[in-house]
Design a protein around this ligand. Structure first.
Ligand code: ZN
Length: 286
């Protein structure tokens, strides 16, 4: 059971979740260790019983193209892993678009499955430095009780547009806490919760999400911002707002957060969002 502890003054909460510390750390494994990935095809028995799949085949057997299982080391009482595909290596920025659409469909379906139970947050940690403990591309879904106040930002006004298509707009808000932070939001404001998106919108979201990640990676590869990580290592988080008027927020991890941010609560953004948008527009999304 997760234990929620409040700080009365700030209305912030902390989750005490000791079981989390038992999770594997693939990053620390030596190169000569034989690694068996629990998310790869053929290893379905290594995860808790499957909750959902897109694709063919029987439960907990191969044939799937997206698979959802409970997290073995949960933060919250409901904590799921959405496995992005059978491929151990390729993530959203490199997968075929129809596979990205399947991943987003799984997000939407699982959001709907839990919408009545609490606040549903879907997030993706890409790269060990972004908090991933297994390399195999995946996202996570957590449900947090409604009485827990989440210290989360609401949708920021559209500014510094990078790209748009039929339903969505990609932009770098003036209030960007991270360098090259990118938001994707429905063009129409007040679009409700993420669970309300239809199949046509999901298919339209896939290319803008993929393009945003590709553009950020291109900007990194072209040296517009030196990353604190090894050259060529692309590290990011994104999450889908749990709330009404939903959006996706992508935060590439070009910098570390340190004592100044911890002590002040002020984030230092070393790239002006206007400049970031200009660069992201120019670089290739291929
Ligand atoms: Zn794998």
């Amino acid at each position: 059971m997760a234990k929620y502890v409040p700080d009365i003054g700030s209305r912030r909460w902390v989750i005490i979740s000791p079981g989390r510390s038992l999770r594997p750390n693939q990053e620390k494994k030596k190169a000569d260790d034989v690694h068996i990935c629990p998310f790869c095809v053929g290893n379905e028995h290594m995860t808790p019983p499957e909750l959902y799949r897109i694709g063919a085949g029987e439960k907990d057997k191969p044939g799937w193209s997206v698979r959802v299982v409970p997290n073995k080391y949960p933060i919250t009482d409901t904590h799921e892993v959405i496995i992005h595909g059978p491929d151990d290596d390729q993530d959203i920025e490199d997968l075929p678009l129809d596979q990205v659409t399947r991943i987003l469909t799984a997000y939407r379906d699982r959001y709907r499955a839990h919408d009545d139970a609490g606040q549903v947050l879907i997030f993706c940690n890409h790269g060990f430095a972004a908090g991933a403990s297994l390399k195999h591309p995946h996202s996570q879904l957590v449900v947090i009780p409604r009485q827990i106040n989440l210290d989360a930002v609401a949708r920021e006004p559209v500014a510094n547009i990078v790209e748009e298509n039929t339903y969505f707009i990609t932009y770098c808000p003036d209030f960007s806490q991270w360098p090259f932070e990118v938001w994707i939001a429905p063009k129409v404001e007040g679009g409700g919760k993420f669970g309300s998106v239809g199949d046509t919108e999901v298919a339209d979201l896939a290319p803008v999400l993929q393009n945003a990640l590709r553009r950020i990676r291109s900007a990194q590869d072209k040296g517009y911002l030196r990353s604190v990580h090894e050259p060529g290592v692309f590290v990011y988080n994104f999450y889908i707002s749990h709330a009404d008027n939903w959006f996706i927020r992508i935060t590439p991890r070009f910098v570390h957060r340190a004592g100044f941010e911890l002590g002040t609560g002020l984030n230092v953004n070393v790239t002006d969002p206007t400049e970031a948008a200009k660069i992201l527009k120019e670089v290739s999304a291929a």
